[in-house]
Each structure stands twice: as C-alpha cells, then as structure tokens.
Design a protein around this ligand. Structure first.
Ligand code: NDP
Length: 274
C-alpha cells in the first residue's frame, strides 16, 4: 500500500511531539502515514527541503529555527502565513511549495474549544513580539476582542510589529495598543505569554494586577511550570500551558494535508496522562 510521507524539520528536533500527534490523528481515520523527525543542519535547510520534495514527501512541519527560511522558500503563501511572516506548514504540490502558518489558529482553537473562553469583546494582553507573537495576532484580531495590548521587552520591536496589523485591527474594530511590561496597570480577560523567557526560567517584570481571578493566563510553553504560570497561579488566575496549542496547530496542518478534522481533545488528554 502507498504510504504518504511527512516530516517535521528543526534544530534541535529530538523533543518534537509532532510525529506522535500526527500518527494519533491518522489512526483516528485508519490512515497509514509515515511522519519523521528530521534534524537539518543550521546552514542546510533549503537542501533538506529540496531533498524531501524530490523524494515525494507530501508535506512538512517546520519548527525553530527554520520558520523564516520556510517562509522564504514558499512559492505560494496563505494570508495567515503572510501576516505571520513565518511558515510552520509546507505542502508539496507538483513543483510548488505552499506555505501556511497554523500556530495562531492553534492558539485560538485551544482557547475556544478546550479552555471554553470567548475572545470576542474581551481585553487581551499579548506578551512578546517574536515569531510566535506575530503569528497569533491576525487570528486573535479575527475573533474581534475589544482590546489587544502588546507588551514586549524591546518596545520598538512591539511597535513595528503592531504597525503591520493596524488595518486588520481597524476592520475588526479592535483597539490595538503597545505597552512596556512595567507600565501594565490593569487586569485582562486573557493574558498570553508568547515570550521565550520561560525557557531560561526567567520571570517577566509584570505586576500581579494584570491577573484577576477571571483571567486565563496562557503560556505558549509546555512541559514545565514557568515563572509566568507561577505568578498567575499565585494571583488566582486560571493557568493554561501551550500543549493544546501544539496539538491544535498540528490538527490544522493535518486538515491542510488530508482534508480531515481529527479529534484533538483525546490527544491532548493522552499527553497529559503520560
Ligand atoms: P522568538 O525568539 O522569536 O521571540 C522571543 C520573544 O521573547 C521576544 O519577544 C523577546 O523579547 C522575548 N524574551 C526572550 N527572553 C526574554 C526575557 N528574559 N524577558 C522578557 N522577554 C523575553 O521566539 P518565538 O516567538 O518563536 O517563541 C516564543 C515562545 O513561544 C517559545 O517559548 C516557544 O517555545 C513558544 N511557542 C509555542 C508554540 C506551541 O505550539 N505551543 C508554537 C510556537 C512557539 P525581545 O524582543 O525584547 O528580545
């Protein structure tokens, strides 16, 4: 039987859960796929990609640090990949490489489906202005929050990022604001940590006032309790990690490749139990 081939490319890659997630989705539909982890040399991403294309792979997911190179390598880009300026899902169709970004959709779906929160009309705080933050802004704006405040250590970077989304905010009637961490002085319905400070177990210089007991404090990191999560928990906010986002972004990639919507709750639950 012909087995469709997929892979995730990164550096490092050993930690990736994508093969397990995609195999779990495929088994829900009785599909047989191969899905590998591929460590690409840091200076060899385009060679790795060309090889997979020639070898007949159907698609690849892209993780750190190659999302920007994947964007450059794409012949066609979805609107959300263009807005994100980064690509995490590539499809090979004939001679074409089609780039998409499912990270933002993954975050929004996790918040709506698994944390049972609405974003429409709410006050949202997004911490960070790196690739992950940029990728989630358009899907967040599409949910029509009342306010989206972006705060970042480097304020200029946040300003430059936000400028790109002013038209999108206007058309969705969202108030878009930029702030420094230490000037944040009110509570939010949802606080999303899209910084990588948790990787070094560093706390962010934000005051407890941003968290109220009704706040969902969402850290995109998963697999460990970050200082952000600890602070939010101590302030009695509801705390979420990025595991659901990871599974939901994979589900959207699975849909792009197979046209099928897998059940994500059972996959998230199985990871939480292990
Ligand atoms: P980038 O390197 O592109 O951006 C890093 C961001 O974190 C910048 O805004 C940077 O601020 C900020 N930052 C880093 N260290 C600190 C610190 N000590 N204090 C304050 N701010 C800091 O990373 P990404 O955007 O790609 O990733 C961010 C996080 O999101 C990572 O932890 C990643 O694992 C996670 N992620 C999770 C996903 C999921 O599916 N769950 C998907 C994608 C990402 P400055 O601009 O000032 O340098």
């Amino acid at each position: 039987m012909f087995t469709e081939k997929f892979a995730v490319i990164g550096h490092p890659i050993e930690h990736s859960k994508s093969p397990v997630i995609h195999q779990a989705f495929a088994s829900q539909f009785g599909k047989s796929i191969s899905y590998e982890k591929l460590l690409s040399p840091l200076d060899g991403f385009s060679e790795t990609l060309n090889r997979l294309h020639l070898e007949g792979y159907r698609g690849v997911n892209i993780t750190v640090p190659f999302k920007f190179e994947a964007y450059e390598a794409s012949h066609t880009l979805s609107d959300r990949a263009t807005a994100a300026g980064a690509v995490n899902t590539l499809s090979f169709k004939d001679q074409q490489i089609i780039g998409d970004n499912t990270d933002g959709c993954g975050l929004v779906n996790d918040i709506l489906k698994h944390w049972h929160r609405t974003i429409e009309g709410k006050q949202i705080l997004l911490l960070g202005a790196g690739g992950a933050a940029q990728g989630v802004i358009l899907p967040l704006l599409a949910q029509k929050p009342a306010l989206l405040t972006v705060a970042n250590r480097s304020l200029d970077k946040a300003r430059t990022m936000v400028e790109r989304f002013e038209a999108g905010a206007k058309s969705n009637q969202v108030k878009l604001a930029v702030q420094t961490f230490d000037n944040l002085a009110e509570n939010y319905d949802i606080v999303i940590n899209a910084t990588s400070a948790g990787l070094q177990a560093e706390a962010l210089p934000i005051k407890d006032v941003v968290f109220a007991h009704h706040t969902l404090a969402y850290d995109m990191m998963y697999g460990r309790e970050t200082p952000f999560m600890q602070q939010a928990r101590a302030a009695e906010a509801q705390v979420a990690d990025g595991l659901g986002m990871l599974v939901e972004q994979a589900a959207e990639a699975f849909y792009i490749w197979h046209g099928l919507r897998p059940d994500t709750a059972s996959v998230i639950q199985s990871f939480r139990q292990t």
